[in-house]
Design a protein around this ligand. Structure first.
Ligand code: TEU
Ligand code: CA
Length: 572
């Protein structure tokens, strides 16, 4: 079992250095990454074919969205066998070949651990539903109905109730996500033991970490009380950061994580700053870091009627405040993950930038600068490095995502929204925007498949594709490559302290990083209008570390920032 020991510089306790703090992670959504056998579905051999591309980009770790056996009710986040590979993605031999090749290239593999729930086709659930005295009954959460209705008022994250009635034993089972994703009962020590056993099996195969799906939801509130709609969060279940979640993660750490040199990140839906200090505490007793989501939602005026579907965007000062609170709040106590994109979010250049013909590239580079210059481990989502943007499907039949389809049905059938309005929300917010095939080149289906892709390819693939951009020194790809390589050279990017400047500025996001007597000044214009800014004297004579525009002239004093201009100054 290859242990990646911390390599760069010397170990020291002051900065509490670690390889996973210096790494850049690249998320692969396998279904849409590369299809090697022409069935229109991405697969493991396709990933292996593209590992050199990722080596060239410079990333250190791949977060691999689930490749385990699954009926794909939620595209692999509904697992029916944790120790087998989904047929469409290939075989365990294909997996082993991909893992070995990645390690040959010095790339680590972080698996997606989905253990808040399984598929209803998992052997444990098939047994559990058979009878009330089945040995696997308490692997899941079964309850009698109340007055002929569901046991409580919890909703599913994919619309409707979080309970499904099962006539076989006249009881309901809990599913915070789809009806085919029954929640595991983590209060049952047998469940924990089987999960830890499976995790050790994967660690012994030589994987290098876990991204833990909705790990903040695994400990349910005692007695499963009714939630307060719109207040208790997570579809009113209030399951986030439950009573035993840290106890269970400490147990996982003792029995699995602490035995290997892993990178771990908890997808902590509903996490607060205080809770994050426990999940990702510096003493290493739980996880390395968490994904928080406060910066991904709608603005304060968002009408919570529609939850994530509200299309109000956050004003920049609100957004800066959230990100800065996490930067300074965890400093020295825990560690941040940094992301704007993933397989659940609309494309970042569409949501946070400007994906018009004129501004897509320049704003994608600006967003990359704003994020990668912060303190934390950056996550690049497949296609983000190309400036890929939303697909804007305007026909429901083009959508594939259960969440989008379910909510369209619920909101239009209940009359809450007109179909036209909900289509607009889907075009802006659907997860399918990020799940269209990776655009490799300008041949049919963007070089993703020789067959019919499982979901339509973006219409801009003839220009927005890896082949074009690798050859263009000014492409988004080559800009991301520079950002990623800078992080390997500059300790200040990894370990420098963060300070927000001009918090109320509604157009500019300006912050500094400080390490010893060295400073960076990061200036990002989030608008298409030219803005004025006065660079502090501290940066007189500073060098330009990176920018998405050609730079000349003095560093300090009054300056203009052009449309979506990003400039990073570095003191000598
Ligand atoms: O997502 C957790 C989650 O909260 C999702 O509801 C997500 O935030 C939402 O869809 C954003 O619109 C994880 C996985 O990332 C997601 O792909 C799965 O569907 C979900 O858990 C269930 O496993
Ligand atoms: Ca395939």
């Amino acid at each position: 079992m290859q242990i990646f020991k911390y390599e760069r510089g010397k170990e020291d306790t002051v900065l509490n250095k670690a390889w996973w703090k210096e790494a850049v992670v690249y998320q692969i959504y396998p279904r849409s990454f590369m299809d090697s056998n022409g069935d229109g579905i991405g697969d493991l051999n396709g990933i292996t074919e593209k590992l050199e591309y990722l080596k060239e980009l410079g990333i250190d770790v791949i977060w691999l969205s689930p490749v385990y056996q699954s009926p794909n009710d939620d595209n692999g986040y509904d697992i029916s066998d944790y120790q087998a590979i989904m047929e469409e993605f290939g075989t365990m031999e294909d997996y082993d070949r991909m893992l070995a090749r990645a390690h040959e290239l010095g790339i680590k593999i972080m698996m997606d651990l989905v253990v808040n729930h399984t598929s209803d086709e998992h052997a444990w659930f098939v047994e559990s539903r058979k009878s009330v005295d089945n040995p696997y009954r308490d692997f899941y959460i079964w309850r009698k109905g109340k007055d002929g209705k569901e046991p409580n008022n919890w909703g599913s994250c994919f619309s409707g109730s979080a309970w499904k009635y099962d006539p076989q034993t006249d009881m309901y089972f809990l599913h915070l996500f789809s009806k085919k994703q029954p929640d595991l009962n983590w209060d049952n020590p047998k469940v924990r033991d089987r999960v830890f056993e499976m995790m050790n099996w994967w660690c012994e195969k030589g994987i290098d970490g876990f991204r833990m799906d909705v790990i903040s939801l695994i400990s349910k509130p005692e007695g499963l009380p009714d939630g307060i709609p719109g207040e208790t969060g997570y579809a009113d279940s209030g399951c986030a950061n439950g009573p035993h979640v840290h106890e269970y993660l400490k147990e996982m750490n003792r029995k699995v994580l602490s035995h290997y040199d892993l990178i771990t990140v908890g997808e902590a839906s509903g996490v607060t700053l205080e809770e994050a200090k426990k999940y990702a505490n510096a003493d290493g007793s739980e996880l390395n870091m968490v994904f928080q989501f406060e910066h991904t939602g709608g603005g304060p005026e968002a009408d919570n009627h529609y939850g994530k579907w509200d299309s109000h965007k956050m004003p920049l000062p609100v957004w800066k405040k959230i990100l800065s609170r996490w930067q300074t709040g965890l400093e020295g106590k825990a560690w941040n993950s940094l992301f704007l994109s993933n397989h659940d979010q609309p494309r970042s250049v569409a949501w946070f930038g400007n994906d018009s013909e004129q501004y897509r590239e320049i704003s994608a580079k600006m967003l990359g600068t704003c994020l990668h210059m912060m303190q934390g481990t950056p996550y690049v989502y497949q296609g983000e490095e190309l400036g890929m943007t939303n697909i804007y499907f305007d026909k429901l039949e083009d959508y594939r995502d259960i969440e989008s389809i379910n909510y369209f049905k619920e909101f239009t059938e209940s009359g809450l929204m007109t179909p036209e309005h909900m289509m607009k929300c889907l075009m802006l917010r659907s997860r399918d925007n990020a799940r269209t095939p990776m655009q490799w080149d300008d041949t049919a289906s963007a070089g993703f498949t020789t067959g019919t892709p499982w979901i339509k390819v973006g219409p801009d693939y003839e220009t927005v594709n890896a082949k074009n951009e690798m050859a263009d020194p000014d492409s988004v790809y080559n800009y991301y490559k520079k950002l990623i390589h800078l992080r390997k050279e500059k300790d200040i990017m990894v370990y420098g302290t963060y300070e927000l400047l001009d918090p109320e500025d509604e157009a500019l996001y300006v912050y500094t990083r400080t390490l010893g007597d060295q400073k960076l000044l990061v200036m990002c214009n989030f608008t298409k209008e030219e803005q004025e800014y006065t660079v502090p004297e501290t940066f007189a004579g500073a060098d330009v570390l990176i920018s998405n525009y050609p730079q000349s002239g003095a560093a300090a004093g009054a300056r203009k920032l052009r449309a979506y201009e990003a400039v990073v100054l570095e003191t000598k």
